[in-house]
Design a protein around this ligand. Structure first.
Ligand SMILES: Cc1cc2nc3c(=O)[nH]c(=O)nc-3n(C[C@H](O)[C@H](O)[C@H](O)COP(=O)(O)OP(=O)(O)OC[C@H]3O[C@@H](n4cnc5c(N)ncnc54)[C@H](O)[C@@H]3O)c2cc1C
Length: 463
């Protein structure tokens, strides 16, 4: 096993800089998501050595993942190489690798073939989707967390339309083209609204045999209302905006089982060509490896300064941290919380080094926005609530503003302006495997019922 040091330099000036930097405290940050990256950038201005470790070579702007999943944007427009993002900061080294655990007594982070020592550790490894103990549902109903997830969802969605067209062209159009989205939080709402737009508007002129108006987009929410973290009036407005787009919204619809081409809700079975999972979040398993108490979602219970019990040099931030605000409400798993915690942790490390007392973390809630579709969104800024076009404009500008890289901002702005005017979605490539097991299953089911009703015949392309 190797323990890393900063890279050696050749001439005298570089050697001096190296000696100074080798004496500087080393801050290791696990995860270059919203929290980790913000901490690294804030610390880069101070005399510390920073090692930023991530299992991906890129930072992903997760709020726009649904755009990749629905073919509106390409992966490169919402992600950027971590190394490129921090290229201007000489005191940040980037390591690609999966962190496997920690030795808090020796102050070491463990990767498969490498140990990295630290003076301060910031764990910002985020969260993923949870299947409530049914991990086997993941293959049947993928969730949306990474670029790979988005591309898999895009593949399934586009393939379902193609298979439906092929079947309808052969005169066998019996399989229901249903898309089921489980979970009525912001991601479920975004996916449902955009899928409805795709089937009603984007693809309307391109398919000849299927009637896209008969496509069903069904959003299932286990609770009594969608967008439960928003006020009731905004939940109602979001539901109305979804219905206008053609989405069937079913609340108090608790999914009890996911099958290869259907979901069960108690005694009700809903067949679907594509099932998407947007319900439930589980913290990164790295949280438990810190050996400190975690909550039911696996989030680490942190002190008010975001450090963990017994280890003031170890901080946990972002989706992986469990902390309540001053009113006793758990802080939400959103990007602004992660970014503010990254900045606050950097500030506390700098305070430690300067001999100043630490500050407790205070979240400044600047509001929440959820988009539903073209010119449809809801926004909540304290007591001020807006819906529809204005909320959508606010959503659009906030997301462009926070995207990383000027080039990405410009490209996304142009792409959105273009698709607003033309309804086009340019990233509609089916890549990878061209089979869809749920479709095979649905075809088998509908063949069975058809055969029971009529004698078998060979499918023939209609003239
Ligand atoms: C589809 C989707 C849409 C969202 N939309 C919004 C939105 O509109 N607005 C909003 O505010 N929030 C949104 N969020 C939530 C927001 O993205 C998260 O709250 C935020 O990313 C949390 O930041 P983080 O730094 O804690 O973790 P993340 O940003 O998830 O970063 C974690 C990083 O850790 C790395 N990592 C994980 N495990 C390891 C390991 N073992 N070793 C090395 N590296 C590791 C990951 O590769 C990743 O880069 C959305 C999330 C998703 C999934």
């Amino acid at each position: 096993m190797v323990e890393t040091q900063l890279v050696c330099s050749q001439d005298g000036e570089q050697k001096l800089a190296q000696m100074q930097s080798e004496n500087a405290p080393r801050v290791v940050i696990v995860g270059a998501g919203f929290g980790g990256l913000r901490a690294a950038r804030a610390l880069a201005r101070h005399p510390v050595q920073i090692t930023l470790i991530d299992r991906k070579n890129h930072h992903t702007f997760q709020p726009l993942l649904y755009q990749v999943a629905t073919a509106g944007l390409s992966p490169v427009e919402i992600a950027a190489p971590i190394r490129w993002i921090v290229r201007g900061s000489r005191n940040i080294e980037v390591l690609l690798g999966e962190v496997q655990g920690f030795d808090l007594d020796r102050r070491v982070v463990r990767l498969a073939d490498l140990s990295v020592r630290y003076d301060y550790l910031i764990v910002a490894a985020g969260a993923s989707h949870a299947y409530f103990g049914h991990d086997d549902w993941e293959a049947l109903a993928p969730g949306l967390k990474t670029i790979e997830d988005a591309l898999e969802i895009r593949r399934r969605v586009l393939l379902a339309f193609e298979l439906a067209e092929r079947q309808a062209a052969s005169g066998e159009g019996r399989v229901p083209l249903n898309f089921l989205i489980v979970g009525g939080g912001p991601t479920g709402v975004e996916l449902a609204g955009t899928l409805a737009e795709i089937s009603r508007r984007v693809l309307a002129n391109e398919f000849r045999s299927i009637d896209l108006k008969r496509t069903r987009i069904i959003l299932l929410e286990g609770g009594p209302r969608i967008l439960p973290s928003y006020s009731e009036d905004l939940s109602r407005s979001a539901e109305e905006q979804l219905r206008q787009l053609g989405v069937e919204v079913r609340t108090s619809a608790m999914v009890t089982n996911v099958e290869p081409a259907a979901v069960q809700m108690g005694g009700t079975r809903l067949p679907a060509a594509v099932i998407l999972w947007a319900a439930g979040v589980a913290a990164s398993p790295l949280g438990k490896k810190l050996g400190t108490p975690v909550d039911r979602a696996g989030r680490v219970l942190v002190n008010p300064d975001l450090s963990i019990a017994g280890h003031p040099e170890v901080f946990v931030i972002g989706d992986l941290a469990a902390l309540k605000d001053e009113s006793g409400k758990m802080l939400p798993g959103v990007a602004p919380v992660a970014m503010q915690q990254g900045a606050a942790t950097a500030d506390n490390i700098v305070r430690d080094l300067g001999g100043e007392p630490r500050r407790s973390f205070h979240y400044r809630d600047k509001g929440s926005l959820a988009t539903i579709g073209r010119a449809a969104a809801v926004a909540q800024f304290g007591a001020f609530h807006i819906s529809g076009y204005l909320a959508w404009l606010a959503w659009l500008f906030v997301h462009i503003f926070f995207l990383i890289g000027f080039r990405n901002r410009m490209i996304v702005l142009i792409q959105w302006a273009w698709s607003y005017l033309t309804y086009e979605r340019g990233a509609r490539l089916i890549t990878g495997d061209s089979s869809l097991p749920s479709w095979t299953e649905l075809s088998r089911e509908s063949d069975g019922s058809a055969q029971a009703a009529s004698p078998p015949h060979d499918p023939v392309l209609k003239s």
